[in-house]
Design a protein around this ligand. Structure first.
Ligand code: SAM
Ligand code: MG
Length: 218
């Protein structure tokens, strides 16, 4: 299997189940034009986040890692009119682009973008949260998971993106801070009696990676 095949299958999935959406495409274009890295979730992954939020009737969502607000739009669109989404972003320039994209998508009123180091911002986030999406610097994922667990209500869900990194997570010779952080996060999840979880590796237009899905049980 090659990257070419994975991209082709993603395109098939988009055509079949995730129709092109001018608002979301404009958000990606605006991020590209601002020179931001192309590291947003893929459309089918964004839709998975959206569906998970709808499946649990999410009214409050926390996102760690906004970038240009692409996944934020998918998640915000799952909220009822009185819902709320708090998203944390380190770079002011990224937050500015995200604010414009969210307003253009008509979900700006639902979203509170908080600027700064996520570890500093998390203690100020008000719970309970129904769904937390962790998609920032993996080295801090153990701390992000702990914070998310403290905020996410029983019955709520924590999703962590980019947990496979082209297989590096399973390569014992890889001791980079990022990969050690991912393994430590999975150890914490496994040892935590208040959650149940699984992880999936994914291939597609974004290469080989994966996501971890955690149900907060109590
Ligand atoms: C992969 S991108 C987020 C992509 C976005 N969730 C999407 O799919 O559309 C990660 C983002 O996290 C931000 N970030 C990285 N480390 C951070 C930190 N320590 N605190 C806050 N934001 C951080 C980066 O600036 C970047 O915008
Ligand atoms: Mg990601």
């Amino acid at each position: 299997m090659s990257q070419e095949t994975w991209t082709k299958v993603d395109e098939y999935i988009f055509d079949a189940l995730v129709p092109s959406d001018p608002t979301l495409e404009a958000a990606i274009e605006a991020s590209d034009e601002a020179g931001m890295p192309a590291i947003a979730v893929a459309p089918n992954q964004g839709k998975l986040l959206h569906l998970l939020a709808r499946m649990i009737g999410a009214r409050s969502i926390l996102e760690i890692g906004t970038l240009g607000g692409y996944s934020t739009i998918w998640l915000a669109r799952a909220l009822p009119p009185e819902g709320r989404l708090v998203t944390l972003e380190y770079y002011p320039k990224f937050a500015d682009v995200a604010r414009k994209n969210l307003d253009a998508a008509g979900v700006g009123d639902l979203v509170d973008i908080r600027l700064g180091e996520a570890l500093d911002l998390l203690p100020e986030v008000e719970g309970p949260i129904d769904l937390t999406f962790i998609d920032a610097d993996r080295v801090n994922n153990p701390a992000y998971f702990e914070a998310a667990l403290g905020l996410t209500r029983p019955g709520g869900v924590i999703v962590i993106d980019n947990v496979v990194r082209s297989g590096a997570v399973a390569d014992t010779s890889n001791t980079s801070d990022e990969i050690v952080g991912l393994r430590r996060m999975h150890e914490l999840i496994a040892a935590e009696p208040r959650v149940d979880a699984t992880a999936l590796q994914t291939v597609g237009m974004k290469g080989h990676d994966g996501l971890t899905v955690v149900l907060v049980t109590s």
